[in-house]
Design a protein around this ligand. Structure first.
Ligand code: PLP
Length: 470
């Protein structure tokens, strides 16, 4: 571990706690997301206490470079005082009010207009929720309601991809294409249909197949699924522009425009889940802009507030929004915290700062190019079968044998080993099976990119040594 330097440790936020105290309270009372609890309790959780810029500190004073922007969300990095000040001022002015009783707030009105400015033309109507999963569940209801209003009540199936990740609420988890998130909960819901192959050439491309042929095969599978279900039964197709939690998979060239054309052909709504890609992750406001398609629905969260406060949103195109707006039935959906005034205030300032720092313009792109160059340089490492990335997203495949793409046995062990070495070396990378992810805060500076990749290379060296001597 990097040693604690009192100069950059900052104040203890609680004043008198100890690592042991927090761990014992946590072990006694706290159920964590996505965790095998008895394992965690045997080894104790790491206690993260504060952050500044791209760095975090744990309760033992270790300084850690966050290569994952938390969970792909802290676009502006940690400890931006302006966001804290905006939250504080907003809380003092109007700590809460709801949007149910034919009421709005200045912040909700302003944020909806600001988001509509950034979304592709025609997606101008915004609904607020608090998490990516809530936004996705809301969008499902809007889609079903829309088709009911259009007199096509059979259009209920929603097609998503194998290995996609769309969240954990009942409906969002059902769309997610990861069976381990279904089996223990008796999911998926029957309306949710999954399609493969996953558009990830390295893993699913056939011997001798070109990337363009692979893109065509993946898009054709979507068309086949629509035809199998019957176009009159299919409401929407949902996809992350770059698939995130399922393996950070970059779509093959030409895939998205083909899928867009197929959805249009069969009157199937196209839905871009931008919970990761939104707000600059791929160097545009939204990933659909990077990949050249225009969805009917966008869902967003994470980067909308740089993770400073929970807020998410659904953007609907004018046709869907107008159909819903003109209906006589009440749109009986919404949350206590839809458009929370403090969350909206933080999101507005977050968007303004993303613009002021030019993080989704030339300056951001220049750093992304450097990030991608350093990522590609890891390709020479003996453990690295492939690197891939776009914007400030990067993936590293750990393999035993590069030409045959053979993995270490058991699968996932290399990834877990590498993840642990990363923590020991003072950097955070996420591992899914044997794929390592990078998604640093957008504010990362070139010298921090150098530091990031030096720590990543050291962690790969340590992992290689450990796996070879096992
Ligand atoms: C693409 C995508 N959609 C939805 C979600 C769910 O968001 P949340 O965890 O805020 O519910 C995530 C979370 O990582 C995500 O990556």
């Amino acid at each position: 571990m990097l040693q604690h330097n009192p100069a950059d440790h900052g104040p203890d936020p609680d004043g008198n706690g100890t690592t042991e105290l927090w761990q014992s309270l946590d072990n006694a009372h706290h159920l964590h997301p996505f965790t095998v609890h008895h394992e965690l309790r045997d080894k104790n959780p790491r206690v993260m206490t504060h952050g500044k810029g791209v760095y975090l500190w744990d309760s033992d004073g270790n300084k850690i470079l966050d290569g994952m922007a938390g969970l792909w969300c802290t676009q502006l990095g940690y400890g931006v005082e302006e966001l804290a000040d905006v939250a504080s001022a907003s809380m003092k002015e109007l700590s809460y009010y709801n949007l149910f009783f034919q009421t709005t707030t200045p912040n909700a009105a302003k944020l909806s207009a600001l988001i509509a400015e950034k979304t592709p033309a025609g997606l101008d109507q915004i609904f607020f929720a608090s998490s990516g999963s809530e936004a996705n569940d809301s969008a499902i209801k809007f889609i079903w309601y829309y088709w009911n209003l259009k007199g096509k009540p059979n259009k209920k199936a929603i097609i998503s991809r194998d290995k996609s990740y769309h969240g954990t609420t009942v409906a969002a988890a059902s769309m997610t294409g990861l069976p381990f998130m279904h089996d223990i909960f008796d999911l998926p819901l029957p309306q949710m249909k999954h399609v493969g192959p996953t558009p990830h050439f390295y893993a699913y491309g056939h011997e001798g197949e070109s990337e363009a042929q692979f893109a065509e095969r993946c898009a054709q599978a979507v068309e086949d699924k629509i035809l199998e279900l019957g176009p009159d039964n299919v409401a929407a197709f949902i996809g992350e522009p770059v698939m995130g939690a399922g393996g950070l998979m970059i779509p093959p060239e030409g895939y998205w425009p083909r899928v867009e054309a197929i959805c249009k052909k069969y009157d199937v709504l196209l839905w871009s889940d931008e919970v990761i890609c939104g707000f600059g992750r791929t160097d545009n406001w939204f990933g659909c802009q990077t990949y050249g398609f225009t969805p009917d629905i966008i869902t967003m969260a994470k980067g909308l507030s740089s993770g400073y406060i929970p807020i998410s949103a659904v953007a609907l195109n004018d046709e869907i929004a107008t159909t819903i707006a003109n209906a006589d039935s009440e749109m009986a959906h919404g949350f206590t915290y839809s458009g929370h005034p403090v969350a909206c205030a933080v999101a507005i300032r977050n968007i303004q700062l993303l613009e002021e720092f030019d993080l989704i313009g030339e300056a951001g792109k220049t750093t992304s190019d450097y990030f991608q160059q350093k990522l590609a340089e890891l390709g020479d490492h003996p453990l690295v079968g492939q690197t891939r990335g776009i914007g400030k997203l990067g993936a590293i495949e750990l393999v035993k044998d590069k030409p045959t793409k053979t993995r270490f046995d058991p699968e996932g062990h290399a990834g877990m080993t590498c993840r642990q070495f990363c923590f020991d070396n003072g950097v955070i990378m996420r591992a899914v099976d044997d794929t390592m992810f990078l998604s640093p805060p957008l504010v990362i500076k070139p010298e921090e990119v150098d530091e990031l990749f030096a720590l990543v290379r050291k962690s790969l060296d340590d992992t290689h040594k450990a796996l070879m001597s096992a």
